[in-house]
Design a protein around this ligand. Structure first.
Ligand SMILES: [Mn+2]
Length: 317
């Protein structure tokens, strides 16, 4: 997270006159969570973050001058041990903290967090927005539909074409905010959403072809670089190589991993990450030097090699 984003968040927060700060993931499940918080509370200050580095946003919130009573609601973000200390600090500074999630949690960490914050609900049967829906808006028909759309995408059911359009239309925080606002008012499809969708379809196919061009197969692990469209890139890699593990790296060392065997989260946990059994993410914590090295020698970089080796070790499928 860069200094500019830090300043933006701190400035936004200092102007914010509501009570709910929502820290969530970046996908449609997260946007649906945000729509539900907006529907329930109206004025919500939202921070969308990758699952790998949301702790840095928690650090930022802990630094912020707090003028009113604020509630921090985390959603669709799994528990990582690096978050504990800063969450405890937020509590000691008087924040009310609620956390709703559906990822795989370390049992010890779950208990530790539960003892520190005001409310914690982790339910792997539901997607995050369904947890928010049942907690905050149970019985509200529009909220129910928002949660159903989130589930359709997050659990890869894909029965509802609107979930494909909406998740594709999401490209940056501005589009996330806009879509969340529309959903919160019960607008599930309109001209603006269609236009956002068409724009992203073009960008997406270009980015995916680039990622496929840059890919290699090492053993049964397919590796490539892409700054987005992780799931689509992984699916295309599996089609192309019949691989059993797919690793998609970003230039900053953040990575996603997909596996046929239910081991993705175990691999990610070795690299300060986590997630689901078949899809997870972590961070190789690239230094500036690593970033340059990665541009020069690519997948031969020591930290990348370590990840590829770890992934192959876990791959018994
Ligand atoms: Mn989710």
């Amino acid at each position: 997270m860069c200094a500019r984003v830090n300043r933006q968040v701190l400035r936004g927060l200092s102007r914010f006159d509501g009570h709910i700060v929502h820290l969530t993931h970046t996908d449609l499940d997260a946007v649906c969570c945000d729509a539900l918080f907006k529907r329930r509370y109206g004025n919500v200050f939202t921070i969308f973050s990758s699952v790998q580095d949301y702790s840095s946003y928690l650090e930022l919130l802990a630094q912020a001058e707090k003028t009113t009573n604020l509630t921090l609601c985390l959603s669709d973000l799994g528990g990582v041990t690096s978050a504990f200390e800063v969450v405890a600090r937020l509590k000691s500074k008087g924040w009310h903290v609620e956390w709703r999630d559906h990822h795989v949690w370390d049992e010890r960490f779950f208990e530790d967090i539960k003892n520190v914050i005001d409310y914690l609900r982790v339910d792997r049967e539901l997607c995050a927005c369904e947890i928010v829906y049942t907690d905050l808006l149970d019985g509200d028909l529009i909220a129910k539909e928002i949660a159903a759309i989130g589930r359709d995408r997050d659990f890869w059911i894909n029965n509802d074409p609107r979930s494909e359009v909406l998740s594709t239309a999401i490209s940056d925080d501005k589009s996330r905010e806009e879509i969340a606002l529309r959903l919160s008012r019960g607008a599930f499809a309109d001209a603006q959403i269609e236009a956002m969708y068409a724009l992203q379809i073009g960008r997406k196919s270009e980015a995916i072809s680039k990622a496929i061009q840059k890919s290699v197969l090492l053993g049964r692990t397919a590796v490539t670089t892409s700054n987005g469209y992780t799931s689509d890139v992984a699916a295309r890699l599996r089609d192309k190589y019949h691989s059993t593990t797919e690793i998609i790296l970003r230039g900053n060392g953040v990575f996603s991993v997909r596996t046929v065997a239910p081991v993705s989260n175990q691999i990610a946990m070795l690299f300060n990450g986590g997630g689901h059994p078949h899809a997870a993410g972590g961070n190789l914590s690239f230094t500036r030097r690593d970033q340059i090295g990665f541009r020069l020698i690519g997948y031969r970089l020591a930290k990348v090699q370590k990840l590829i080796e770890a992934a192959s070790r876990f791959d018994h499928s």
